[in-house]
Design a protein around this ligand. Sequence first.
Ligand code: SME
Length: 165
Amino acid sequence: MHDRHKLTLDAIRAAIDSEPNPQHAMASTVQLLARHLTDYTWTGIYLLEGNELCLGPFVGTPSPHTRIPLGRGICGAAVSEKTTIIVDDVNADPRYLACSIETRSEIVVPIMLGGDVLGELDIDSDKAAAFGPDDRELLEAVAALLAPKIATPEDRRTAAMPLQS
Ligand code: SME
């Protein structure tokens, strides 16, 4: 990982380790990602509730997609496939649900515990092909740190929460 990504991971690990409240841990995570990585134009967490992904804390333009049924969008695909999805050109992907007209690329990383998906990190960029192996490595490490913090349905109970970076 590049230094910038390593520093970001260190800052997020420190924030998550010192934060007992799961909602605050999620909020700090999206804020630190948005603050450290300037290509991350929209940074948010969706949480799985039954058959829907529900938007929790986010930094960026409010999204019309506060609830995404499984099977829809790149977000839904990442849950079904239980794997990270990187889309270099969102306009060329028929699964894409638009949040902002400026968005060019997206990465979605499932947050999983014991093989179950609890939610996901969703990042959009106004830059085409903005996400590479460093972003994947960073965000998968962040997802692994967050997973035990949001293990119960109560931990994941949240509402769409716009934040400043
Ligand atoms: N683009 C996502 C929807 C979420 S918004 O980008 C915030 C998708 O295609 O699932």
